[in-house]
Design a protein around this ligand. Structure first.
Ligand SMILES: *[C@@H]1O[C@H](CO)[C@@H](O)[C@H](O)[C@H]1NC(C)=O
Ligand SMILES: *[C@@H]1O[C@H](CO)[C@@H](O)[C@H](O)[C@H]1NC(C)=O
Ligand SMILES: *[C@@H]1O[C@H](CO)[C@@H](O)[C@H](O)[C@H]1NC(C)=O
Ligand SMILES: *[C@@H]1O[C@H](CO)[C@@H](O)[C@H](O)[C@H]1NC(C)=O
Length: 484
């Protein structure tokens, strides 16, 4: 798995196209931005994505009896003890004419699920699976052992604190599909937000007890687009709908791609400040590259290529993590949530393709892959205007960042937030997870909390599960992060 930074986009190297969350993100940016300067009509801010005041019903079909049918008896290879919560999986139809359905996996909380909030988790890409990454490698209740057919428990799973819903979206990702194949080539941010909204309204018909429940949306990476866009769709639709009003309370996004200009600049600054690029390369990029218009000169391109070469073969998701070495794979042993196995993608891929696993999940027999090959048609350069609208709407808004990710690096997030010029409410300070250990740093602005997670890569809960759960708990409780 070779991951390169933004500069690989220019070189059109095949290695940039590895199907993973970041590979897909890079591919998108390349196709839309880097090949040519930004045209003025492309700079729409995404705020037009919701139709003007014309409500059209999104209820697709009766869900009677489907909750029961979606209940999972047990996942193959799950631990024999300690699985004391309900699991569900299946499809929700979002377009009856096209035959389009989205797949979900839902885990309730072991303790008092009826009093805990409902939380949606979305991975990015675009086009990557929240089941494969979020549920099976990050915050879900289980992770896959290196034997690739059994599971172990994640003691820091987020369903300790909430009922967590993982959605594979849009159609073409994971088990989500459409009977109209052109649907796979005509997707983008707009369609993803509107289909996810239709999914939620219809899912709530399946699980009506959650209709009025406090609801939060969380996600990472390119979900820095999906989450604010879906939240904005909900806020807008809630004003005009005569169907379910979703009780949206807040959103949290991690290592989130929210603004392309600061994203590129912050990424290269991160490489230099973390001793991965030379002074000369950094100076050349700063002098010759224009990340505001993305009019990339050949001199700039030369320095971007040099930047990649200097970084070498490291895991860009976590610059200090080991690479997956399949030769020295550990003998099938029980994994540990304390030490993230860099070969986890392989284990998950095998596991989710086992016919008995697909049957247990009520999935259509599918050649499952972590990231779908979906053609992306629209993606605004920035979602900061949407984020400003959400701040104005009064919902809770947290942005967090694992600080050893070089792809959507903490610098990019800080630069993006700084452009909003928000007033500081509580100054920058350390927060604590294990007693005595700094979990990261936090600053509260008016309407927005920004927190780092120390020692976490791009997938924060994979690398720092305890710190991630501390952060998540504070977020849904609306409480300050622990100060000791
Ligand atoms: C997204 O949808 C809105 C409203 O339907 C439309 O005006 C806009 O052009 C769409 N954006 C793209 C890039 O398709
Ligand atoms: C897709 O087509 C199959 C075969 O006709 C049908 O069984 C299935 O329900 C369709 N899916 C959707 C989401 O309509
Ligand atoms: C909701 O609005 C739709 C479209 O305007 C209409 O067909 C439907 O009857 C309305 N439902 C209720 C319960 O008012
Ligand atoms: C891009 O930059 C080149 C030179 O660096 C310049 O000649 C060209 O006009 C620029 N294009 C745009 C669209 O700004």
């Amino acid at each position: 798995m070779k991951l390169l930074l933004l500069s690989c986009l220019l070189l059109l190297s095949l290695s940039c196209n590895s199907a993973n969350q970041v590979g897909n993100l890079n591919k998108l940016i390349k196709s839309q931005r880097y090949q040519r300067p930004i045209q003025s009509h492309e700079s729409h801010n995404g705020l037009d994505q919701v139709r003007d005041n014309t409500y059209s019903p999104v209820y697709v079909e009766s869900q009677d009896g489907s909750k029961k049918a979606d209940k999972i008896d047990a996942l193959p290879g799950q631990p024999t003890e300690g699985v004391d919560f309900n699991q569900y999986a299946g499809y929700v139809k979002v377009d009856a004419t096209a035959g389009r359905a989205l797949f979900y996996y839902f885990v309730e909380s072991p303790q008092s699920p009826s009093t805990k909030p409902l939380v949606l988790w979305l991975n990015g890409g675009p086009g990557c699976s929240s089941l494969g990454y979020g549920a099976m490698e990050e915050l879900g209740p289980f992770r896959v052992n290196s034997d690739e057919n059994s599971l172990y428990k994640n003691d820091y799973a987020w369903n300790n604190e909430a009922n967590v819903l993982f959605l594979e979206s849009p159609a073409g990702v994971g088990f989500s599909y459409s009977n109209t194949t052109s649907d796979y080539q005509n997707v983008g941010d707009n369609k993803t937000a509107s289909d996810s909204y239709k999914f939620l309204i219809n899912w709530l018909e399946k699980f009506p007890e959650y209709k009025t429940r406090d609801f939060y949306i969380t996600g990472e990476s390119y979900a820095g687009h999906y989450v604010p866009q879906l939240a904005y769709t909900i806020v807008s639709e809630n004003k005009i709908t005569n169907q379910t009003k979703i009780n949206l309370k807040g959103i949290a996004i991690g290592n989130a791609w929210i603004d392309a200009s600061t994203g590129a600049q912050g990424g290269y600054d991160y490489l230099w400040t973390h001793a991965l690029n030379s002074d000369e390369t950094s100076a050349g990029i700063n002098k010759y590259c224009d990340f505001v218009t993305f009019n990339i000169s050949t001199t700039c391109a030369k320095y971007l290529g040099q930047s990649d070469d200097e970084v070498g073969e490291i895991d860009a998701y976590n610059i200090y993590a080991p690479l997956c070495n399949t030769e020295s794979k550990p003998a099938a042993s029980t994994g540990s949530v304390y030490e993230f196995d860099p070969c986890s993608d392989n284990y998950v891929n095998t596991y989710l393709n086992l016919p008995e696993v697909q049957a247990a999940l009520h999935a259509k027999p599918t050649r499952w892959s972590a990231c779908g090959d979906v053609g992306w048609t629209d993606s605004p350069i920035t979602v900061l205007p949407i984020i400003q609208e959400l701040i104005a709407s009064g919902i809770r808004l947290w942005i967090y960042s694992g600080d050893v990710d070089s792809v959507v690096a903490v610098t990019t997030t800080r630069y993006a937030i700084n452009t909003l010029n928000l007033k500081t409410e509580t100054p920058f300070r350390p927060w604590y997870s294990s007693p005595g250990e700094v979990g990261g740093y936090v600053i509260s602005y008016e309407g927005l909390v920004f927190a780092t997670v120390r020692g976490a890569g791009h997938e924060v809960p994979s690398y720092q599960p305890e710190r991630a759960l501390t952060l998540f708990t504070s977020f849904i409780q609306g409480a300050p992060l622990p100060s000791s």
